[in-house]
Ligand binder design. Structure first.
Ligand code: ZN
Length: 217
């Protein structure tokens, strides 16, 4: 199939999808047009093989999404921070999920000693995670196993970055939400693994430096 045909097919698929939903989920589009009220905010990798709605079995309207290379939450990234802020303060999501995945190109690139041009500053934040855990990571001889461990550690660190945000702390102390979760999607068997991020424990561990609400004693 030519590229042009592939492009055209998208509109045909869109039509079929609309017709199918009219039967399977009557009233869905009317409901979605009125408002969105998702319980979940998903922060994942841009990788084309990991599709949040499909992976979680959620319908349109059920998950607010932000994606970037290697599911990063960087303190100067206005895009990610705006999505989180909007999700927490306006949509009042109950869960923020950071989802990393094995086989992540961003993590692989950060493990290489290569110059990636404009990507370098982005990869730097992943390399910073490697640096934090270099003792543990360097002890893993198998490259693939080391990659998988960095995927997990990086995802966990992004969960930590989320709870360093003032609006997260404020909302959590006031309402008990949002909860924060770190997941890994295994690209081999499409299974989700929970890293069991313990928000309460992690918040207690960092509050002497990162609390900015004045609520933590
Ligand atoms: Zn990725």
């Amino acid at each position: 199939m030519s590229e042009q045909d592939k492009y055209k097919q998208i509109f045909e698929a869109n039509n079929s999808w609309i017709e199918k939903n009219k039967v399977d989920n009557p009233g869905l589009f009317k409901l979605l047009a009125a408002d969105q009220n998702p319980d979940f905010l998903y922060i994942g990798c841009s990788d084309s093989r990991v599709h949040p709605n499909q992976v979680m079995g959620l319908k349109p309207g059920e998950v607010f999404i932000h994606r970037n290379i290697a599911n990063m939450v960087i303190s100067t990234d206005l895009s990610a921070l705006s999505v989180i802020n909007y999700g927490v303060e306006y949509l009042k999501v109950k869960y923020i999920i950071v989802c990393g995945h094995y086989g992540c190109g961003g993590i692989h690139a950060a493990m290489e000693k290569s110059d990636y041009g404009i990507l370098n500053p982005w990869l730097r934040s992943i390399r910073d995670v490697y640096h934090m855990y270099r003792k543990e990571l360097n002890a893993i001889e198998d490259t693939e196993a080391r990659h998988r461990r960095l995927v997990e550690l990086n995802t966990y660190e992004q969960c930590r970055n989320i709870i360093k945000m003032g609006e997260i702390q404020k909302s959590y102390y006031e309402t008990g939400f949002p909860k924060v979760a770190g997941w890994i999607f295994d690209i081999e068997d499409a299974r989700l693994h929970d890293l069991n991020f313990d928000l309460e424990y992690e918040l207690n561990k960092i509050k002497d430096i990162y609390d900015i609400t004045g609520n933590a004693e």
